[in-house]
Design a protein around this ligand. Structure first.
Ligand SMILES: Cc1ncc(COP(=O)(O)O)c(C=O)c1O
Length: 385
């Protein structure tokens, strides 16, 4: 398809149910909130939001963000520990620029967020995958890997991981932090799903463990407001923040996204972000129920999984001989799509897993998508129950 008159990154064919879409559907996006915030802010005579911004990010916005995060994390967040980014991806790229050299070893979880692997490839980093289990990163496997490698950093998604949905328990968080101090490596903690917890509160984000300064925590409004805002933050000790601020990128272009920051400041101060989060939680909680019920009914004897308690994803394990990429090849004919597990592997493994996102579609479409998925499984593996 021609991309001349295309606005969005992904074009979703309305006839296809694409469980690969890891972003909210248009109906869920907060148009009214942004309209109200823009009207309120742009009716003020102050034009500062149209200037080059302070390198660290607008102080008023960081203040509002620090208050919001302190409340939602139930842990104090200091505005001086926040740096405003254009989203988690951009922050990760900048961190790689400043903290790594081509050829450096970095550790990632196996599985990990597949597009982070693309950023690491851009920086010519050598990725070493570390095993996970049902509770996320396997700390013993990490310790074993530290015996043979000196990683520049570890990239980890501690809460409602993409793709697995796992959340790292408190004791593992503590051990991870101790290891980063003992072995002197940086932890880049991608916390973009932390505020999308639908049941109990997860353990605090790694960057809020005050005694440690080995953590750079990544947050983003992509998952809690809108990806098109391109607005996020890094939470870290002041010497890390100063390192980001001193980069050539910020020196030349000023702070990232001052205009959007000014609008989102209104959203935070008016309490609209909290209201919107409650709506997202209720919606996603319901979609998890719908997708879970459909999977049990249609594919209950073929897939195993833990239903997620946050984030966007179901991580389905299929019988050993099933290949997710094979399924995907046949899926187009059935007008359904998803992400095969191998994409999330740093070593070409996880072939019998697939990832389904429930963020984009409403309940009935989720159920229809699972029905189509069952047709695909039946066609490719007729002997499965
Ligand atoms: C784990 C993870 N990190 C980062 C991103 C991208 O975040 P942003 O839009 O803030 O760049 C995503 C989006 O799918 C994600 O799942």
């Amino acid at each position: 398809m021609s991309t001349h008159f295309q606005t969005t990154q992904s074009h979703t064919d309305p006839d296809v149910i694409d469980f690969g879409a890891g972003h909210p559907g248009d109906a869920l996006l907060p148009r009214a909130i942004l309209q109200a915030a823009s009207a309120q802010r742009l009716s003020q005579p102050d034009a500062s939001l149209l200037q080059y911004g302070l390198e660290q990010g607008d102080g008023y916005f960081r203040h509002a963000l620090a208050q919001f995060l302190s409340r939602r994390y139930a842990a104090p967040v200091d505005m001086e520990h926040l740096f405003i980014s254009s989203g988690a991806s951009q922050a990760l790229d900048l961190i790689c620029t400043l903290y790594t050299q081509p050829g450096d070893v970095i550790f990632v979880e196996e599985p990990t967020y597949f597009l982070a692997l693309r950023i690491f490839a851009d920086h010519r980093l050598t990725v070493v995958p570390i095993a996970t289990d049902l509770h996320g990163l396997d700390i013993n496997a990490l310790e074993a890997a530290l015996a043979t490698h000196r990683p520049a950093l570890l990239y980890v998604i501690p809460t409602h991981q993409n793709p697995s949905g796992f959340t790292l328990p408190l004791d593992r968080r503590r051990r991870l932090l101790e290891l980063s101090l003992a072995h002197n490596f940086l932890i880049v903690a991608d916390e973009v799903y932390h505020l999308l917890s639908y049941d109990a509160s997860p353990p605090p984000p790694l960057a809020t463990f005050a005694e440690h300064n080995t953590v750079l925590g990544l947050g983003s409004f992509s998952k809690i407001l809108a990806p098109g805002l391109r607005l996020g933050w890094v939470q870290a000790a002041p010497h890390h923040i100063q390192r980001l601020v001193a980069s050539g990128l910020l020196d030349s272009g000023g702070g990232l996204n001052p205009f959007t920051s000014a609008l989102v400041r209104v959203v935070l101060e008016e309490g609209w972000e909290d209201e919107y989060l409650e709506r997202l939680h209720a919606t996603y909680r319901q979609r998890i129920r719908a997708l879970d019920a459909a999977l049990q009914a249609q594919l209950g004897s073929v897939v195993t999984y833990d239903a997620p308690t946050g984030g966007y994803f179901f991580w389905l394990r299929l019988p050993e001989r099933v290949d997710g990429e094979d399924l995907l090849q046949h899926a187009a004919a059935h007008k359904v799509s998803f992400r095969p597990g191998v994409r999330f592997s740093g070593q070409g493994g996880l072939r019998n897993y697939i990832r389904l996102s429930f963020a984009y579609y409403e309940d009935a479409q989720l159920a229809e998508g699972v029905r189509r998925l069952r047709e695909v499984v039946r066609e490719v593996y007729p002997s499965l129950p």
